[in-house]
Design a protein around this ligand. Structure first.
Ligand code: CP
Length: 316
């Protein structure tokens, strides 16, 4: 696996924030992955903590439900010895009519250095950079981007394949509403992988080919010669019930089953979670030895440690 090259010998990112991966270079992505591998080793130790960010304060601003990402950022901050405050929309003054800008500025006035934000609106993380001076990490903004999810996906893939160059990756499911798909497409194509997107026509953005991907409408075409299948959650909260006839029909056409694992004997399967068992993946696939879903979760903490550490180093 290629690592960060001479251009990043200074070991610095060229960005102050992580809002998305569309503007991150291959060298920056490799720098994050290399740094995450070092933190991955820390997570295997009996004492899983380094003193690196003592005195640094991070606010976790989660305005949308989350299990993995919120806990992962919280653990990442704690493993780096940073101070962390968790903040959610309900139970806060947002419910009394305070704006996101005022809320963020009040939190920053308490000397917070970095904000991690999840929000249902695309662009919310970008907006936050115009409200506060500290660095901002996008933990998922509507259907726009989820950059740390794509980075942890890359780290997990790199544990199974030597190189991203010419790797055949298929992203399967609700492409139209998926921030995970967008961030993965940006990062994987930057690193030289061949990306195919597959899903119902109603869940496929028009002109998606312009992002440098191939479109397949049949699962068998997407799985032919596939090294990595990234399956996506059906996001019913974003499109209601109208865009697929039924989840049963979706599963029949696009759900991964044991027979697909047998037909593609080297393929690994990723899913960002939460999995709808029996919709995107059958139980036999979730529990298959080539399903790396829990490895993704473990790698998420290391990747978020790396991102926080590198952006905090920029900010100092
Ligand atoms: N993968 C992901 O973003 O999961 P959560 O919604 O649980 O954070």
């Amino acid at each position: 696996m290629r690592s960060a090259g001479s251009q990043t010998d200074t070991k610095l990112l060229q960005h102050r924030h992580l809002l998305g991966l569309s503007t991150y270079s291959a060298d920056e992505i490799y720098l994050i992955l290399d740094t995450a591998r070092e933190f991955r080793q820390v997570l295997e130790r009996p004492i899983k903590r380094v003193p690196t960010l003592r005195g640094f304060t991070i606010a976790n601003l989660f305005f949308e439900p989350s299990t993995r990402t919120r806990i992962s950022f919280e653990l990442a901050a704690k493993r780096l010895s940073a101070d962390l405050v968790n903040f959610g929309g309900s139970g806060s003054s947002l419910s009394k009519g305070e704006t996101l800008r005022d809320t963020a500025q009040n939190i920053e006035a308490m000397k917070v250095d970095m904000a991690v934000i999840r929000h249902s609106s695309p662009g919310a993380a970008h907006f936050l950079t115009r409200c506060i001076d500290g660095c901002v990490i996008n933990a998922g903004d509507g259907s726009h981007e989820h950059p740390t999810q794509a980075l942890l996906d890359l780290l997990t893939i790199s544990e199974h394949y030597e190189s991203f160059e010419n790797l055949q990756v298929s992203i399967i499911g609700d492409i139209a509403h998926s921030r995970v798909a967008r961030s993965n497409i940006f990062a994987l194509t930057t690193l030289g992988a061949h990306v195919t997107v597959c899903g119902p026509q109603t869940l496929m953005p028009v002109h998606i080919e312009k992002l440098g991907v191939r479109v397949a409408h049949h699962l068998r075409d997407a799985l032919r010669d596939c090294d990595v299948a990234i399956t996506l959650r059906m996001q019913r909260e974003r499109f209601g019930a109208s865009l697929v006839p039924s989840l049963r029909e979706y599963h029949a056409l696009y759900g991964l089953r044991a027979e697909h694992m047998a037909q593609s004997p080297n393929m690994i399967v990723l899913h960002p979670g939460p999995v709808n068992r029996g919709v995107e993946l059958d139980d036999e696939v979730v529990e298959h030895e080539r399903a790396v879903i829990l490895d993704q979760v473990t790698n998420g903490v290391a990747v978020r440690m790396a991102v926080i550490y590198l952006l905090a180093s920029e900010a100092k």
